[in-house]
Design a protein around this ligand. Sequence first.
Ligand SMILES: [Cu+2]
Length: 316
Amino acid sequence: MQSSKHHYGTRAILTGLLVGGLALSAPAWAKTHNIAMTAVETDIVVEGSGEKYAAWTFDGTVPGPVVRVTEGDTINFTLTNPATNKNPHAMDFHAAEIDFLKNYRAVNAGETISYTFVAKKPGIFFYHCGAPPMIQHVARGMFGAIIVDPKNAKAWAKADREYVLVQSEFFKNPDDVQAMFDRKYDNMLFNGGIFKYHPFVTGGGKLDAKPGERVRIYFVNAGPNEFSSFHPIGEIWDNVYESGNPTNKLNGVQTYVVGPGSAATFDVVVESAGAYPLVTHSLTGALRGAIAVLLVGPDAKPAPLMPMVPWVLPAK
Ligand SMILES: [Cu+2]
């Protein structure tokens, strides 16, 4: 004969199953986001000298806006390609799992495209234009980052400060598609600028942090071709999460390779004040622009996820 204790146990399990089942069919945490972007063909600042570049962009900046949702959320996305543009454009979200032929097709100037996806996997993901020649649309600036936060915030340590860094190759002549195929890039960019976060360079800024803070870098390699070997000079990554998924956790990593079209999340806890350049240790890239100085001091102020985008220089 069953004891009453056993009975209660069974009921608790049944209740648990029922609640679990309901949660699966109607997740209380899931939200719906209506996200609209516009393909904008415009000049942007790529250097502290004020040098401009004929970019193709999402919403007028390189990188495009950071999209941030939570695992399980639904995204209704619309891309508008204004009639004033000259080229077809498209949008490919690496956070989505949907038919590419239907959803990632290019639309002509004067047209829009809409589609819906559920961000099922947490992480940091690349997004980019896929209109042909894709190598040129990416090289000219049509890319960005989407963060899918884990639905369980306790899946990893809480970050005290967060930044998004997107690496990409810069080709001085935006129409030289052959140079893009031949990997003949002129500079390596972080967040659309040459030495944008290098305080010793004209017009350059920095990334701020306080000693002891857990700084989380959502890192995306837009390419189009080169691998990044992401390294914090003077530090060691406390944790690296492949594709930014908390379950893909590495410990004590000096450099971590992020291929073109890929991404990872990097945590560093800097013990003492000072300057810690974040670089691609593929040095031809670092020395041509991909150095972001993490300046650690007690007076560090709060900062946006992607500082200095767009790069607005002070009037001379
Ligand atoms: Cu495009």
